[in-house]
Write a protein that binds this ligand. Structure first.
Ligand code: KG4
Ligand code: ZN
Length: 344
């Protein structure tokens, strides 16, 4: 079974080819074309520009994936595509490309939920003989999905059986990193830059709120924290050229985000009596979050899993693997539709 997977839900054009034979999975190609340069001047993703860039980048990515894997289009058995959630102008490019391929090649197609893809990224460790890490994942599991568009706590009863037990009421965690970086003029995307600056900053230097830290639910809110950073900056305009101040602010902000994410995840894991805690989405590449959640999970006897950092941010491999697990649920190309608000 060879799967061609297409992911264009936000600002990365991704094409992957995965081969699965008798439970053995091999990633034959994993091509990603980033649009960071396109969106950086705006401090965030501009949907129309993203759509245009996907249109330009898709065929070169497909060509590279086919070359890299030495697989011809005729050797593909299944087309997989992210059909939501995401930005509609972006989703439409991948979905229409996938439908056209399915029609022309007369191959089945499957629509994959982007959030499920992020969760499934935890099983990508299967590739490259690291199956020990995957064997440790015992259900039920709690997965903290933290990306630029989403922040959700998902109860994973098994692959394909999900229940959202908490989510953000306003900004996503990654969005908060991006907005704070924008107001500090640090560039885009904000997460990697802020975490880099935070490494040399003092996380106790600036007092910032931990929104919804104590609420009994498993929801999050990050817009108040972003506003607190805005007021902090307004009150210390003269410090904006001071690297030490900026590093301390980045470290204090990152610590506030991580404190809330970890506290709520551990509490939910205990309440739902899960065996495993999983992390996924772009913000899962954050070292402080990985280390802190990993440590707290261990202290509380939960097995901890996080994808390799390159599989935390958007990629086609996670969509291909999700399709491999769901290969019986194919559709005809007429049935596949892009849905910006697709539910898990
Ligand atoms: O999953 P992803 O690639 O795209 C969406 O589905 O949204 O996540 C992108 C987000 C961006 O907001 C980016 O700032 C954040 O992930 N991110 C990070 C780090 N690397 C990427 N946030 C914090 N620390 C990082 N190291
Ligand atoms: Zn994503």
């Amino acid at each position: 079974m060879r799967i061609l997977a297409i992911e264009t839900s936000c600002d990365d054009t991704a094409v992957a080819i995965l081969e699965g034979v008798g439970g053995k999975v091999r990633l034959l190609a994993d091509i990603i074309s980033s649009q960071v340069k396109v969106h950086a001047p705006f401090g965030g993703v501009v949907p129309d520009l993203a759509s245009r860039a996907h249109t330009e980048n898709f065929l070169p990515c497909l060509k590279r994936a086919l070359n890299k894997s030495s697989v011809g289009l005729k050797d593909i058995d299944l087309i997989a595509v992210t059909h939501g959630p995401g930005l509609i102008p972006s989703l439409l490019i991948g979905v229409n490309a996938a439908k056209a391929l399915s029609y022309v090649l007369n191959k089945p197609i499957i629509g994959i939920n982007h959030i499920e893809g992020h969760i499934i990224a935890n099983w990508l460790e299967l590739i490259g003989d690291k199956s020990k890490a995957v064997e440790g994942i015992i259900f039920p599991a709690a997965c903290l999905v933290v990306s630029g568009g989403h922040t959700q706590l998902v109860l994973v009863k098994k692959i394909g059986d999900y229940q959202i037990i908490g989510e953000t009421r306003d900004d996503a965690a990654g969005e908060a990193f991006d907005k704070v970086a924008k107001l500090l003029n640090l560039g885009y995307p904000g997460g990697p830059i802020i975490s880099q600056r935070a490494q040399v900053g003092n996380a106790q230097a600036i007092s910032l709120p931990r929104p919804m830290f104590k609420t009994k639910d498993y929801d999050f809110s990050f817009s108040g924290l972003k506003t607190a950073v805005l007021y902090e900056v307004k009150n210390h305009r003269c410090q904006l050229g001071n690297d030490i101040y900026i590093n301390d602010l980045c470290a204090s902000f990152q610590q506030a985000v991580v404190d809330v994410l970890v506290e709520k995840t551990i509490r939910a894991a205990k309440a739902y009596e899960v065996r495993t805690i999983m992390l996924s989405g772009g913000v899962a590449a954050n070292d402080l979050l990985r280390i802190t959640l990993g440590k707290k999970s261990e202290e509380n006897n939960f097995y901890f899993s996080a994808p390799a950092k390159n599989f935390c941010t958007d990629n086609g491999a996670m969509i291909a693997l999700a399709a491999y697990y769901r290969q019986k649920e194919t559709a005809s190309w007429q049935e596949i539709k892009a849905d910006a608000n697709l539910k898990l």
